[in-house]
Design a protein around this ligand. Structure first.
Ligand SMILES: Cc1cc2nc3c(=O)[nH]c(=O)nc-3n(C[C@H](O)[C@H](O)[C@H](O)COP(=O)(O)OP(=O)(O)OC[C@H]3O[C@@H](n4cnc5c(N)ncnc54)[C@H](O)[C@@H]3O)c2cc1C
Length: 393
């Protein structure tokens, strides 16, 4: 995003990417069936998110990149090593922090307030959503801030399952809302609208599901100001005798040779953990504990989002006519953050509640569907038709 903004403003930018080059138009298996894939497309050690997942290089483990965790720590870190990084397969859920996320301490006395507030970022959220292309609606809900008028594209219609959950939630006083997702429902520039035929996690050669390899990178290249070097693993940021950044050092992974490139300005955008690691690796006389680390806080206090999955079989939805349940390969409707009041009343034993991302609908069965079925022949096929497990994003 920085490269796009700078090249558009007329600056020359060199982008160094540790992973391989990736062309979604040629490489995305959008319409392949699970039956054509090994193990019906199931996840393996090499392809954690399934055979067709867009992460063509990298994952929970990256060959050649040792990864260890502290004692009794279980932190896994997804590292996509390819042009476009994790944007090629991310869930495209595009939610804003709310005013409460910035001022949590003021609300419930836990953690610390941020030194900035929601209003400081709101115009930047608008700019980003407009650039990326996000669908959804403004709800006026406290925990789901509205976008400026005209920014959001219309959301896809809620599916029958989502309507059922929504009606049930309503009786409990729990709000539901169209999910905000970075998937186009209307064409935008060279990017086409989604035609609802392929799981977004495979990547999107149409550019409907936002990923930088079909949008910002080609748009930046079109300015003539961007050069991209792939298989270039940055090792450290170099400074001159006054402590001013003047170069970067990288390893060409194909030749294992080290190179140093002069630079007036360096932007580290190698993901939160790797950018921190690069700062810590950039030690010099002026910066003995790493660059920008006089506080000693670089690489500490990491926060991640955590989640869990829950599946349910709703008999009321069984046996309905089978039709093309068009839509995103993920939820159209969701339950925004709620539970603060329940926590305050002692009804929840953890702070700040949670949100629900519902996934449902008729889908092409994947490998996982077999685990829930018994028998063979026509009886088995009938069961598959009755209870199809959604293919995960
Ligand atoms: C399965 C999954 C689902 C997700 N779903 C959502 C979602 O629905 N909504 C949401 O908001 N977020 C989601 N995320 C998170 C989101 O994808 C990331 O927060 C976002 O992509 C981070 O962008 P980034 O540019 O910081 O890092 P990345 O996308 O990881 O890109 C970093 C790039 O830097 C390269 N790099 C790393 N080290 C070096 C080096 N030393 N030298 C040169 N290049 C280097 C990497 O190869 C990579 O291409 C999801 C993530 C995963 C894994």
């Amino acid at each position: 995003m920085a490269a796009y903004t700078l090249t558009k403003a007329g600056h020359k930018v060199l982008m160094l990417e540790a992973g391989r080059d990736y062309d979604p138009v040629k490489e995305t298996p959008m319409l392949n069936t699970n039956g054509e894939a090994l193990l019906m497309g199931a996840g393996t050690v090499d392809k954690d998110f399934g055979f067709y997942d867009a992460t063509v290089d990298g994952g929970w483990t990256v060959p050649g990149e040792p990864y260890t965790t502290g004692e009794s720590s279980d932190f896994y870190w997804w590292r996509a090593r390819m042009l476009g990084g994790r944007t090629n397969h991310w869930g495209r859920f595009s939610l804003r922090f709310s005013k409460h996320d910035f001022k949590g301490f003021s609300r419930d006395g836990l953690g610390a307030d941020w030194p900035i507030e929601y209003a400081d970022l709101a115009p930047w959220y608008d700019k980003t959503e407009e650039l990326v292309g996000v669908c959804g609606t403004n709800t006026g809900l406290d925990d789901m801030p509205d976008s400026a008028e005209g920014i959001l594209q219309p959301p896809p219609k809620a599916r029958v399952t989502e309507l059922l959950v929504s009606a049930a939630a309503k009786t409990l006083g729990i709000p539901t809302a169209p999910m905000h997702r970075a998937v186009l429902t209307r064409a935008k520039g060279d990017r086409q609208a989604c035609f609802y035929a392929s799981p977004c996690g495979r990547g999107c050669s149409l550019g409907a599901a936002f990923q930088t390899t079909t949008s910002l990178i080609p748009m930046a290249k079109a300015t003539g100001n961007l050069r991209v070097l792939t298989d270039a693993m940055v090792k450290e940021v170099n400074v001159d005798e006054n402590g001013k950044v003047n170069a970067i050092t990288y390893i060409d992974k194909k030749t294992a040779k080290q190179h140093k490139l002069a630079a007036r300005v360096v932007i580290l955008a190698a993901s939160a953990c790797e950018s921190a690691r690069l700062l810590l690796n950039s030690k010099s006389g002026n910066f003995p504990v790493g660059l920008a680390n006089s506080s000693g806080q670089v690489g500490r206090n990491i926060m991640d989002s955590t989640g869990t999955g829950l599946g349910a079989h709703i008999p009321a939805l069984e046996g309905r006519p089978i039709y093309n349940e068009d839509g995103h390969s993920s939820n159209h409707l969701f339950i925004p953050w709620w539970g603060h009041k329940q926590q305050a009343k002692g009804e929840l034993d953890f702070p700040r509640g949670y949100h629900y991302e519902l996934n449902s609908g008729f889908k092409e069965p994947g490998a996982g569907v077999g685990g829930k079925l018994q028998g063979y022949g026509k009886a088995l096929k009938d069961q598959v038709k009755r209870i199809t497990a959604p293919e995960s994003d």
